[in-house]
Design a protein around this ligand. Structure first.
Ligand code: GRG
Length: 295
């Protein structure tokens, strides 16, 4: 029977929404305000690509989704925290994300900082919430998420990105920024699925390469969309990279070559999945969705 990706996607997205709703604290009681701020950005319309990648990667090896759902949600919380903080006036200073006012526009800067911090903290707690996992696996998963979130990943990329503003940088520096700020967390999501699925070292290596290449390709497409798309479609201000003199692929290579590079990386990423046979259908379809996205 052929793989029905549309049905698969709807089901998994629903499972992720339900799990996130379950794990996020209720917007009531003494901490109603911050819980409301956390929930505002988590349920603002994100595509849930990172948890979906984590689930699809896990499903290459195992079926019991309850083992991986808390970790898949944890990655989404780290992603959401990074966007809240990135939108702050001291960073990218954005008023809109996903077509809605940014967190600090609704809750104020102090609460937005704290909501981001609280999501990041909750993420690590969530990984410990799958009681069926072996303790050693929980430790490995926590280390993995910390590494792709810290200066060896997301934060490191953001620092390099800020420092590159207004400067001419080398192609390898640009690639490093994109690998750190975007590909690390995406690849981490794929790797975490493999880790919890008990992939062996060789399998994990293939998943890492797949995630890195896909993540780099995804960020190149993001750069291109900032040039070619509109504020209405993206739900946030476009042309910002140009205005802030950001280091991007279109700035260095032009739009057409950037699209070509993204396509080549995507194809290279798919090659990494060959060893897994038919159980990679969901992961393959997700990769295609990510690279052909319009927003
Ligand atoms: C502030 C610690 C800190 C990190 C910021 C670089 C960065 C991390 C944030 C800037 C926004 C940006 C360019 C992120 C890179 C990844 C990216 C393209 C995010 C958007 O991801 P989607 O499309 O978002 O998955 P949705 O809205 O669907 O969740």
């Amino acid at each position: 029977m052929s793989f029905d990706f549309k049905t698969y996607l709807i089901q998994r997205q629903q499972q992720v929404e339900e799990a996130l709703n379950h794990y996020l604290p209720a917007p009531t009681g003494a901490f109603a305000k911050i819980h409301e701020a956390m929930r505002y950005s988590v349920f603002a319309g994100g595509k849930r690509l990172r948890p979906l990648l984590c689930l699809a990667s896990f499903e290459i090896f195992k079926d019991r989704l309850q083992e991986v759902l808390p970790t898949a949600c944890a990655i989404e919380l780290v992603h959401t925290y990074s966007l809240i903080h990135d939108d702050l006036p001291c960073m990218d200073n954005d008023d809109f994300r996903r077509g809605k006012p940014t967190n600090h526009k609704v809750f104020g800067e102090a609460m937005a900082v704290l909501a981001g911090d609280a999501l990041l903290t909750l993420a690590f707690e969530l990984i410990t919430r799958a009681p069926i996992l072996k303790p050693a696996m929980v430790v490995t998963a926590i280390r993995e998420l910390a590494q792709v979130s810290g200066t060896t990943g997301l934060i490191g990329g953001q620092v390099q990105d800020l420092e590159a503003e207004g400067k001419t940088i080398l192609p390898e520096q640009l690639q490093a920024i994109h690998l750190y700020k975007t590909a690390a967390l995406l690849s981490g999501a794929v790797r975490l699925g493999g880790i919890l699925g008990e992939a062996n070292a060789k399998e994990l290596k293939s998943l890492s390469h797949f995630g890195e290449k896909l993540g780099l390709s995804f960020q190149i497409i993001d750069d291109v969309l900032d040039v070619e798309s509109t504020t209405e479609i993206m739900g946030k201000q476009t042309q910002k990279d140009f205005m802030k003199e950001k280091a991007t692929y279109p700035a260095l290579y032009g739009v057409e070559r950037s699209r070509q590079m993204a396509k080549e990386l995507y194809e290279e990423a798919l090659v990494e999945l060959k060893r897994f046979g038919r159980r990679v259908q969901a992961l393959q379809a997700l990769a295609s969705l990510m690279i052909n996205r319009q927003h």
